[in-house]
Design a protein around this ligand. Structure first.
Ligand SMILES: Nc1ncnc2c1ncn2[C@@H]1O[C@H](COP(=O)(O)OP(=O)(O)OP(=O)(O)O)[C@@H](O)[C@H]1O
Ligand SMILES: [Mg+2]
Length: 344
């Protein structure tokens, strides 16, 4: 494994680099959260690299890419005859990781029954292969990542709270690129250098007009999106096409209709009345912290969903995309929260 380079000069990236060094060798589970493309996997790799497990395997499992019923055999392997087609024993990812690191990417996508099994394994450090009776011990270090808000997922019953507490012993939040634009310059320099080296040509120049667009853009795809633009630039050499494209994106984003949620939510939040979360109780007792939290999360989620639906004129696919949840999850939430077109 080559040393992962976490580029950036923003205080948040400095802090993350520092935290990685401090917790790399601590045998606690780390949960890395952040939007798509912010560098969660890079952080996971760095944690492995700076640990004494460096020369052991780093095994990544993309939990979102696996259908629910396959996750178990993927993680824990199976014995010969466990199911049709299992003509020999196959070790799973935990066995492959050995004393190394297992990186559970998109952990928020694991179905609930599998979450229970995973929790058991994390607690006991033992598991069974599918269709097997022998216990297999594991000493792999576990790192998990998600771009979902697991606390909100817990509130609507999609994620187990006990598993959350178990994996969230150390949490690293990687902020979106739009909140640390001072990282643009060093990232651009870094990507141009690496990709130009790959293509063996002259380093492309970034005209000030393009750099201004980079500064103005809201980067929904974060560092990955930036890297892709620079890859294209390294190949094309000519920035005019990219400039045109970005200008369009920046302009459409500036329209009030599709302003990023981060700016719009400020107004919504002022309208959410959380006092009733505590005071609307039938009993005289003060509600438990858990009840307060669940109610508060629901109240906030509901307000945001209603707002986004209004903004998108009830285009639910577009709303789901903006909220970064699946279409199915949105439909489920609409039903659960009893949100209908006339309500909002
Ligand atoms: N700070 C950084 N310095 C250098 N490269 C970075 C940085 N952040 C991200 N990258 C690069 O950007 C790309 C996306 O990063 P990564 O795959 O780690 O993101 P992610 O958060 O796991 O995304 P997703 O949620 O979509 O899986 C990778 O090529 C990664 O190397
Ligand atoms: Mg990733």
């Amino acid at each position: 494994m080559t040393e992962p380079q976490i580029i950036g000069i923003s205080p948040s990236i400095e802090k993350i680099r520092h935290l990685i060094r401090r917790v790399a060798d601590v045998n606690l589970t780390v949960l890395i959260t952040g939007e798509s493309g912010v560098g969660k996997e890079l952080v996971a790799r760095a944690l492995h690299y700076y640990s004494s497990r460096r020369d052991k395997p780093f095994v990544k499992v993309n939990c979102a890419a696996l259908p629910g019923e396959l996750i178990e055999s993927e993680l824990f392997g199976y014995e010969k005859g466990a199911f049709t087609g299992a003509d020999r024993r196959k070790p799973g990812k935990f066995e492959a990781a050995g004393e190394g690191t297992i990186f559970l990417d998109e952990i928020g996508e694991i179905p609930l029954p599998m979450q229970a099994k995973l929790l058991q394994v994390l607690q006991d450090q033992k598991f069974h292969r599918v269709g097997g009776n022998t216990e297999v011990a594991t000493s792999a270090r576990i790192i998990a990542a998600t771009n979902r808000n697991l606390e909100a997922e817990i509130a609507v019953g999609h994620f187990r709270e006990d598993l959350y507490f178990r994996i969230n012993t150390i949490s690293i939040l990687v902020p979106p690129l739009r909140d640390r634009k001072e990282d643009l310059t060093p990232l651009i320099k870094y990507f141009l250098k690496t990709h130009q080296a790959l293509h063996n040509n002259h380093p492309p120049v970034i005209p000030p007009s393009l750099f201004e667009l980079f500064q103005a853009y809201h980067w929904p795809g974060n560092v990955r999106e930036l890297e892709n633009y620079l890859k294209r630039l390294a190949v094309l050499g000519d920035p005019s096409e990219i400039e045109k494209e970005l200008r369009g994106l920046v302009a459409s984003n500036a329209k009030p209709n599709s302003a990023p949620l981060s700016t719009l939510t400020r107004d919504i939040f002022q309208e959410i009345d959380l006092t009733s979360v505590v005071f609307d109780h039938r009993t005289k007792d003060f509600p438990s912290l858990r009840e307060v939290r669940e109610q508060a999360v629901l109240r906030v989620e509901k307000a945001i969903i209603e707002h986004v639906l209004e903004e998108t004129r009830w285009n639910r696919r577009e709303a789901a995309r903006l909220l970064k949840i699946s279409y199915r999850t949105l439909l489920y939430k609409l039903k659960e929260m009893n949100i209908r077109p006339d309500d909002s």
